[in-house]
Design a protein around this ligand. Structure first.
Ligand SMILES: NC(=O)c1ccc[n+]([C@@H]2O[C@H](COP(=O)([O-])OP(=O)(O)OC[C@H]3O[C@@H](n4cnc5c(N)ncnc54)[C@H](OP(=O)(O)O)[C@@H]3O)[C@@H](O)[C@H]2O)c1
Length: 323
């Protein structure tokens, strides 16, 4: 038996129950990980509401760190006692322990604490593929990054600045403006204010090469107006709801634009790609160029409260659950 958060039907945070579940020995190819810290991410709320449906009953959570407790047949890459973490290709992290395919785990270096790993793996590997692979952010770029004080935002803004970019960050919460600046934004705009995209054009009349948009419905169309010809809209989240359908002709009118809707799993699809992505993140963390603030800690049993704080825009930086 182990403790886990489960929901038996989709809904509000009240569907999240703290329950005893059976945890069998790890099957062939699996590793039993005893969690020491669990990351809370916006995607956990999409799973809970049914926007991204899961087979029920389900345990949310995609990101955690811990210690290998046992390995299944055929697992040679990990040994009991080793520190590991994960953040893609597995759902069920809101639990004291899990059995997870070995190919989804990364080894943690000594330089990264368990709490930081749990706070940073999903958000930081997402940042890695957003700013190092979809569009390679380089010195001299001016970019738009939405929710610049958030979990992904705090990592992405620091990393993009470290790469030499000028970051135009957004927040809808006046109280987070200073945090956006502290993260490294050269400009901070309120994306809930009509005409925010015109302010981007006032800063950079030719438009930006890339907009990173995790807000979705409320910001997508105005974001297209920030882009220079052949610029790319990276719509990677739905904090305000999914983007409404649109005609590809719009992309022609606005300058032969590109749009991509990426997910982390497709950028970490093999164990090698996963470990490389994590190692790039660990290197920038170890260099000190990116620092992670874990401002919100809850017990595992308080997962509902942790999700409510995230969806009501009360959080700054990362949130972790401690089992
Ligand atoms: N595609 C992928 O691979 C991938 C991977 C990881 C995360 N994501 C996405 O990245 C986003 C950030 O994730 P996170 O866990 O780091 O969350 P977060 O940014 O810490 O929290 C979301 C933030 O969005 C802003 N927001 C603006 N309009 C909102 C609205 N109507 N409702 C709620 N929030 C609103 C709020 O910031 P302000 O108060 O500053 O406005 C809020 O704090 C999420 O949309 C998530 O789904 C995508």
């Amino acid at each position: 038996m182990t403790k886990a958060i489960r929901f038996h039907q989709p809904g509000g945070s009240d569907v999240l129950k703290y329950e005893d579940i059976e945890l069998p020995p790890p099957a062939a190819g699996e590793v039993r990980v005893r969690h020491t810290a669990i990351g809370v991410n916006f995607i956990d709320t999409y799973h809970r509401t049914g926007l991204y449906p899961l087979p029920l009953p389900a345990t949310p959570g995609m990101e955690a760190a811990g210690v290998v407790e046992a390995v299944g047949e055929g697992v040679t890459r990990f040994k009991p006692g080793q520190r590991v973490g994960y953040a893609s290709g597995f759902v069920g992290a809101y639990a004291e322990a899990v059995n997870i395919p070995a190919g989804r785990l990364v080894a943690l270096p000594d330089s990264i604490s368990d709490e930081v790993a749990a706070a940073v793996l999903l958000k930081g590997m997402t940042t890695q593929y957003l700013i190092r692979r979809i569009h390679k952010v380089t010195a001299g770029d001016t970019i738009v990054f939405h929710a610049a004080a958030g979990g992904v935002g705090q990592i992405a803004v620091q990393w993009a600045k470290h790469l030499g970019a000028t970051v135009i960050g957004t927040t809808t919460s006046p109280s987070k403006v200073e945090q956006c600046k502290a993260n490294g934004c050269a400009h901070v705009l309120d994306s809930s204010e009509a005409g925010w995209e015109k302010k981007v054009r006032a800063i950079i009349p030719e438009g930006v090469p890339v907009v990173y948009d995790s807000i979705g419905k409320n910001t997508f169309l105005a974001g297209l107006d920030c882009l220079r010809p052949r610029g790319i809209m990276v719509t990677y989240g739905n904090a305000s709801g999914p983007v409404d359908p649109f005609s590809p002709a719009l992309l022609a009118q606005k300058g032969s634009l590109f749009v991509t809707r990426p997910v982390l799993g497709h950028y970490t699809s093999t164990p090698e790609e996963l470990q490389q992505t994590a190692d790039d993140l660990f290197a920038v963390l170890a260099s000190g160029a990116v620092k992670v603030a874990i401002n919100h800690r809850y017990k595992l049993s308080e997962a509902a409260k942790a999700q409510d704080e995230l969806t009501s825009r009360k959080t700054v930086g990362a949130t972790v659950l401690i089992p």
